[in-house]
Design a protein around this ligand. Structure first.
Ligand code: ADP
Ligand code: MG
Length: 260
C-alpha cells in the first residue's frame, strides 16, 4: 500500500470522508460587466447526487457549465476529479472525458443515426475501434431502453427517446461525473417520466450526478443534497427533506411556494 492509499484507508477508518470529486471555492464569473456567479463554494462527494434549483437567470446553467469548462470562471478555484481547472488546454480535454453533460435541447447530430451519435465520441476522442464502440453503444441503448432505435435518425424519434440517446451518448465516454441541465424541460409531460427513470437508474449505479431540474419529485427521491441558487449565489443547501419541509431563506420559501 502506498502512503497516500494508507492515509486514505486510515481516514476512512476514522470516519473521515474521501476527497471530494468536485471542489468549488469562491467561484466568480462575469459576462462582461454582469456578475453572474458571486462566490459559489461547495463540494461534491464521489457518488453523490446533487440537485440544483432556483429561479430562471440565477446562474444554474452557468455554474454547471464551469464544471466542464464550457464556461471559464475568473476568480476562485474549481478542482474536478483531481484536475484544477485553469487555462491549460490539456486539462480541458481531460475534464471533457471525465464529465458527461446532457442539455435541455438534446443537441444530437441530425444527420447521424442514433448508434452513430452514441459511438462518435469514443471513436474520435478515445480512438476506440468501431466494432468496440458499437458493442458499447448497443449496450448503452439497451440500458436507456431504446435498442430498437439504433438505425433511426434523431428526427424520427420522440423527444423522450432523443433525450435518452443524449444520455447514452454522454455515458459512452465512460465519464465519472454526469451533469444534467434541465434534461426534461423541453419534453412533453408524458415523456418526462421515461427520462427521469433512466436518470434514476443511473443514480443507482453510483454515478456522481449534478442535476439542474425543477422536478421536485425526482429531487426528493434521488438527491442527497439540494442547492438553491438565487442571483448567482447558493442561498440555501440542504438534504431534500429539510429543504422541502423547512426552507430557511425567504427566497427559497417564495420559490417553493411558486413551483410546488
Ligand atoms: P439559469 O440557468 O439559472 O436560468 P443562466 O446561468 O443561464 O441562468 O444565466 C444567468 C444569467 O447570466 C442570466 O441573466 C443570463 O441572461 C446571463 N447569461 C447567461 N449566459 C450568458 C452569456 N453567454 N452572455 C451574457 N450573459 C449571459
Ligand atoms: Mg439554465
Amino acid at each position: 500500500m502506498n502512503p497516500s492509499t494508507a492515509a486514505q484507508a486510515a481516514g476512512a477508518r476514522a470516519g473521515k470522508t474521501e476527497e471530494p470529486i468536485i471542489l468549488c471555492q469562491d467561484v466568480h464569473k462575469w459576462f462582461g460587466s454582469f456578475h453572474v456567479l458571486k462566490g459559489v463554494s461547495t463540494t461534491v462527494a464521489r457518488g453523490e447526487k446533487v440537485v440544483i434549483c432556483g429561479p430562471s437567470g440565477s446562474g444554474k446553467s452557468t455554474f454547471i457549465r464551469t464544471l466542464n469548462r464550457l464556461e471559464e470562471h475568473q476568480r476562485g478555484r474549481i478542482v474536478v476529479d483531481g484536475i484544477e481547472l485553469t487555462g491549460d488546454l490539456k486539462n480541458v480535454e481531460a475534464i471533457r472525458r471525465d464529465v458527461g453533460m446532457v442539455f435541455q435541447e438534446f443537441n444530437l447530430f441530425p444527420h447521424l443515426t442514433v448508434l452513430q451519435n452514441v459511438t462518435l465520441g469514443p471513436a474520435w476522442v478515445k480512438r476506440q475501434r468501431r466494432e468496440e464502440a458499437e458493442v458499447l453503444g448497443r449496450e448503452l441503448l439497451e440500458r436507456v431502453g431504446i435498442p430498437e432505435q439504433a438505425h433511426k435518425y434523431p428526427g424520427q424519434l420522440s423527444g423522450g427517446q432523443q433525450q435518452r440517446v443524449a444520455i447514452a451518448r454522454a455515458l459512452a465516454m465512460q465519464p465519472r461525473i454526469m451533469l444534467f441541465d434541465e434534461p426534461t424541460s423541453a419534453l412533453d409531460p408524458e415523456m418526462i417520466k421515461e427520462v427521469l427513470d433512466v436518470m434514476r437508474e443511473l443514480a443507482h449505479t453510483g454515478m456522481t450526478m449534478l442535476v439542474v431540474t425543477h422536478e421536485m419529485g425526482f429531487a426528493r427521491e434521488v438527491a442527497d443534497r439540494i442547492l438553491f441558487f438565487d442571483q448567482g449565489e447558493i442561498v440555501e443547501e440542504n438534504e431534500p427533506e429539510a429543504f422541502f419541509e423547512g426552507p430557511r431563506h425567504e427566497r427559497t420559501k417564495l420559490f417553493l411556494s411558486q413551483i410546488l
